[in-house]
Design a protein around this ligand. Structure first.
Ligand code: ZN
Length: 108
């Protein structure tokens, strides 16, 4: 039986590395098409890895929360097709942005 303390270093390391990798990808990459294409797989992989670790550590409710956060990200975050700017909702209950705040293009 593995304990939480056995898994925790791998969980924290994975979380930090995923955060850095995703941040670098979205900050360095200037291609809006690639950003839009990569968004859903990235959210699914990150949420899957984090939820998997939480389940391994016995935090089943937390893994459900991670799944809900992933669903909200897929549903509400928009990436501008023209300039690649990412638009996140102001709150969980905010509607997704309809227009890009940087270039004014319509977001779909
Ligand atoms: Zn834009």
């Amino acid at each position: 039986m593995t304990s939480i303390l056995d898994i925790l270093p791998y969980f924290v390391t994975s979380w930090i590395l995923l955060t850095i990798a995703v941040a670098v990808f979205f900050l360095v990459n200037k291609d809006p098409v690639l950003k839009r294409r990569a968004w859903k797989p990235i959210v699914l992989v990150v949420c899957g890895v984090l939820a998997g670790f939480l389940v391994l550590m016995g935090f089943y409710i937390s893994s459900v929360v991670v799944a809900i956060i992933g669903f909200v990200n897929l549903d509400k975050v928009r990436i501008c097709s023209a300039c690649g700017t990412m638009h996140m909702p102001g709150s969980l209950f905010s509607a997704p942005a309809k227009f890009c705040s940087k270039c004014g293009s319509q977001l779909d």
